[in-house]
Design a protein around this ligand. Structure first.
Ligand code: SF4
Length: 62
């Protein structure tokens, strides 16, 4: 699984970082994905982060 953040849509709410800190990190108001591949044990949290992003900035490649 791979995750991406659209920088043009991210509003820096930190919701993704809270839902899945192993994958998302927010710095200077912008979320970034800090892993190349989402580890197996973070798949569920990562999907949750995508579903809860208020601006739809997160996309996942399963
Ligand atoms: S939840 Fe969405 S809008 Fe908020 S920091 Fe993460 S990617 Fe950006």
């Amino acid at each position: 699984m791979k995750a991406r953040v659209d920088e043009n849509l991210c509003a820096g709410t930190r919701a993704c970082e809270q839902a899945c800190p192993a994958v998302f990190e927010v710095e200077d108001g912008l979320a970034r994905v800090k892993v190349d591949t989402v580890p197996e044990d973070s798949h569920e949290a990562c999907r949750e982060a995508m579903e809860n992003c208020p601006t739809g900035a997160i996309s996942i490649d399963e």
